[in-house]
Design a protein around this ligand. Structure first.
Ligand code: M6R
Length: 620
C-alpha cells in the first residue's frame, strides 16, 4: 500500500525522502513523488512507475530544501500516472498533501468544492483533501487540518505541508499507520519504521484521530477537541542491517534462509524445559488472565497469517484440548459471528496494521471476546488495541511474500497452545517438556531442510513453464498446501490451488493430466498412508508428482516413477499424545517457499515486489 515519508530539519530533504521511499518500496506501489519548499515556493516532482523514474525526473530538474514530503502510490482511485501521483496540491499551489487510505465520501466533497469554482486536475480521492484543507486555511495548517478531518469519511493517513509555514509538517490519521521519527534537531514522518532506520531508532506512533505537528525540535499532538495528547517515545531494536539483502539476490531468499534464526528468537526465553511450561509474563497480567479463562479460541487473520491460524487450530485442539476456529479477518464481521463469553480472539498479523484484521479484532471485542495479538511489529496498531501481544522476533520482513514471519507465527502459536494446555491440564509437565524439547530442535531441523535449496533450484527448470499447479496435504499439512499454492501464485503469477488431499476426488481430480504438477506433502504421521493413496490416484491418471517426503523414506520413493520428483526434509518427531507430526509444517513449508522463489525467478518475475500486491494491506 502507499508509503509516506516527511522530513523537517537542517539537511537537504530530497535525498532523505527518496531514500525513505526506497525503503518503503516493498509495500507495493506504481507511481511516486515528492514536494519540497525551496526558495519560498512549493516544488513538486512526480513520475509514474518505479522510483527510478522519479530519480530521473530529479536528475533533469533537481530540487532541494529543508522540508518536504514524499509518497509511493498504490493506485485505488485513478490509474497510475504522473498527474495522479502524490503529492497533490490545492488550486493556489500553497499546500500539498500525501495520503495512504481511501476517502469514501470524496465524490460528495468534490461536488461541494467544485461548486465553489475549484477545478479538479486528477481522478484521485486525495485531491479533495488538498482543496478542502485549503478552503479552511486561515494561517494555521494545524487548525485547517483539524477542521477538514470532521468532513472526511473513510480511512486515511495524511501528511501536509504549507508554503506559509516552512518549518513544520502536519499529519492526521484514522486507520493506516504513521510514525514520527526523532533525530537530533530533525523530525520525520513515515508509514513505518523501516523507512527511517538509517536515521533513528526513536519513534512515536501517531495516535488515531489526532492532529500532529512536527518541527525540527518539537512534536505537538492534539485531539479532536484541541486538547494536548501526551505521547510516549519508543525505541525500536531492529538493526538497519537486518533490512538489507546481506549478499542474497532477493529479500525473499534471505528471509527464507533466516527462518531458523527467526523461530529460535521467537522461542528464546519463553520455554522452561525443566518445568515443561511456557513463560509469557511479558504479555501482562490482563492478557494472561484472558488466556487462562479461555474455553474457545478464534483465530483472525489474512493471507499467509490465516494459514498460520489454520495450523494454530490443530495446535490448540490437539495440545490444549480447546476448541478453535480460524476465520478470514476480511469475512468475519459479515457473518454475525456468535462469540461465547470465554472466547479468546487471537489476531495474527505480521505487520500489525492489516485493516481487515483490525476490523475483525474490533468485531470480536464488541461481541465480548478477549483479544490477543501475534505480530512482528512492536508498537503496531494490533498491539495497541489488543489486551496483550505476543511478538514474533522474525526481524523486518521486506519481501512481499511472507516467509520467516509465517514460521515465527507458527512458533508463537505453538507456545501459546502449550501454555494453555498446561493451564487447562491437557498437558502434564512431562508432555510439556517433551513438546518444548521438540520445539527447541525445530530451528536446527529447519537449517537441515534448507539444504534442499540447490535441488529445488534445479527442479524449477522443469516446472516453471507449467500453467497450473495443485498442492495437496492432509491434517496439519493442509494449511501448508494452501501456503505453497499462495506463495507460488503471488510471486510467479502461475495459477495454483491448495487442497486437502482427501477432497481431490470430489472435484479437482478432473484437472489431472501430464501437464499438471501435483505437489504432495507426505511427511510421516497420521495422514501418511491416506495421502499415499491420493498420490497413487494422481499417478494412475498420468499426473506428475512433486513429493515432499522425510529423509530416507524409501517407501514413497518406490511408488514414485522416473517422471516424478521428490524433495527430502528431516522428520520432526514428537513422542507425545499421538501427534508425532504436529510440528512438521516448520520444515515442509521450506521447499515450497524455495520452489515458488525459483519458479518465479526463472519466469522472470519481480520476486520481492510482485505486481498488484502490497506488503501491508491498510485498506479494506
Ligand atoms: O501483515 P499481515 O500478516 O496482516 O498480512 C496479511 C497478508 O496480507 C499477508 O500474509 C499476504 O498474504 C502475504 N503477501 C502472503 O505472502
Amino acid at each position: 500500500m502507499c508509503g509516506i515519508v516527511g522530513y523537517v530539519g537542517p539537511k537537504d530533504a530530497t535525498p532523505i525522502l527518496v531514500e525513505g521511499l526506497r525503503r518503503l518500496e516493498y509495500r507495493g506501489y506504481d507511481s511516486a513523488g515528492i514536494a519540497v519548499i525551496s526558495g519560498g515556493r512549493l516544488e513538486r516532482r512526480r513520475a509514474a512507475g518505479k522510483l527510478g523514474n522519479l530519480e530521473a525526473v530529479l536528475r533533469s530538474t533537481p530540487v532541494s530544501g529543508h522540508i518536504g514530503i514524499g509518497h509511493t502510490r498504490w493506485a485505488t482511485h485513478g490509474r497510475p500516472s504522473e498527474e495522479n501521483a502524490h503529492p497533490h496540491a490545492d488550486a493556489s499551489r500553497q499546500l500539498v498533501v500525501v495520503h495512504n487510505g481511501i476517502i469514501e465520501n470524496y465524490l460528495e466533497l468534490k461536488e461541494r468544492l467544485s461548486a465553489t469554482g475549484i477545478v479538479f486536475e486528477t481522478e484521485t480521492d486525495t485531491e479533495v483533501v488538498a482543496h478542502l484543507v485549503a478552503s479552511y486555511y486561515e494561517g494555521s495548517l494545524e487548525a485547517a487540518t483539524g477542521r477538514a478531518t470532521k468532513d472526511l469519511r473513510g480511512i486515511y493517513s495524511l501528511v501536509l505541508m504549507h508554503v506559509g509555514e516552512p518549518g513544520r509538517l502536519v499529519a492526521t490519521r484514522l486507520g493506516p499507520p504513521l510514525v514520527i521519527g526523532l533525530g537530533e534537531g530533525e523530525r520525520f514522518f513515515a508509514s513505518d519504521v523501516q523507512a527511517l532506520l538509517a536515521h533513528t531508532r526513536r519513534f512515536v506512533f501517531v495516535p488515531e484521530q489526532t492532529v500532529v505537528v512536527i518541527e525540527p525540535d518539537a512534536i505537538r499532538i492534539v485531539d479532536a477537541q484541541g486538547r494536548i495528547v501526551p505521547f510516549k517515545e519508543e525505541t525500536i531494536t531492529w538493526d538497519p542491517v537486518q533490512a538489507e539483502k546481506g549478499g542474497y539476490r532477493h529479500f525473499m531468499l534471505k528471509e527464507i534462509h533466516e527462518q531458523p534464526r527467526a523461530v529460535r528468537d521467537t522461542l528464546l526465553g519463553r520455554m522452561s524445559l525443566d518445568t515443561g511450561d511456557v513463560r509469557l509474563e511479558e504479555m501482562g497480567a490482563a492478557a494472561l488472565e484472558a488466556i487462562e479463562k479461555a474455553d474457545r479460541v478464534q483465530f483472525l487473520a489474512c493471507g499467509t497469517s490465516w494459514h498460520a491460524g489454520l495450523i494454530g487450530q490443530f495446535f490448540m485442539e490437539q495440545l490444549a484440548g480447546v476448541p478453535a476456529s480460524t476465520d478470514y479477518a476480511s469475512e468475519f464481521r459479515y457473518r454475525d459471528p456468535v462469540i461465547s463469553p470465554g472466547t479468546l480472539a487471537v489476531a495474527i498479523s505480521q505487520s500489525g496494521e492489516t485493516a481487515d484484521t483490525l476490523a475483525a479484532m474490533r468485531e470480536a471485542r464488541s461481541r465480548g471476546a478477549s483479544v490477543l495479538a501475534i505480530t512482528n511489529v512492536a508498537g503496531s496498531q494490533v498491539t495497541r488495541e489488543a489486551d496483550g501481544a505476543l511478538l514474533t522476533h522474525a526481524g523486518p520482513e521486506i519481501g512481499v511474500a511472507s516467509t520467516k514471519a509465517f514460521t515465527a507465527q507458527v512458533a508463537a502459536i505453538a507456545l501459546l497452545s502449550i501454555f494453555l494446555g498446561r493451564r487447562k491440564g491437557a498437558l502434564s509437565a512431562a508432555a510439556g517438556r517433551n513438546l518444548l524439547a521438540a520445539l527447541a530442535r525445530v530451528p536446527q531441523l529447519m537449517d537441515h531442510a534448507l539444504s534442499c535449496a540447490a535441488l529445488v533450484e534445479d527442479m524449477s527448470r522443469s516446472l516453471f513453464k507449467a500453467t497450473d499447479f495443485l498442492f495437496l496435504g492432509r491434517g496439519v499439512q493442509y494449511p501448508i498446501a494452501l501456503e505453497g499454492a499462495l506463495k507460488l501464485k503471488e510471486i510467479s503469477y502461475i495459477h495454483a490451488e491448495g487442497y486437502p488431499a482427501g477432497e481431490m476426488k470430489h472435484g479437482p481430480i478432473a484437472l489431472i493430466d501430464e501437464s499438471l504438477p501435483v505437489v504432495a506433502l507426505i511427511p510421516r504421521g497420521r495422514g501418511y498412508e491416506k495421502i499415499l493413496s491420493n498420490v497413487q490416484e494422481v499417478k494412475a491418471r498420468g499426473g506428475r508428482v512433486v513429493a515432499i517426503i522425510n529423509r530416507g523414506d524409501d517407501h514413497v520413493r518406490k511408488i514414485l516413477g522416473k517422471e516424478d520428483l521428490f524433495i527430502e526434509v528431516p522428520g520432526v518427531e514428537v513422542d507425545v499424545l499421538g501427534v508425532s507430526e504436529i510440528f512438521s509444517p516448520f520444515v515442509t513449508v521450506i521447499p515450497l517457499q524455495l520452489l515458488a522463489y525459483h519458479v518465479a525467478l526463472r519466469a522472470g518475475r519481480d520476486v520481492d515486489q510482485p505486481r498488484n500486491l502490497a506488503k501491508s494491506v491498510t485498506v479494506e
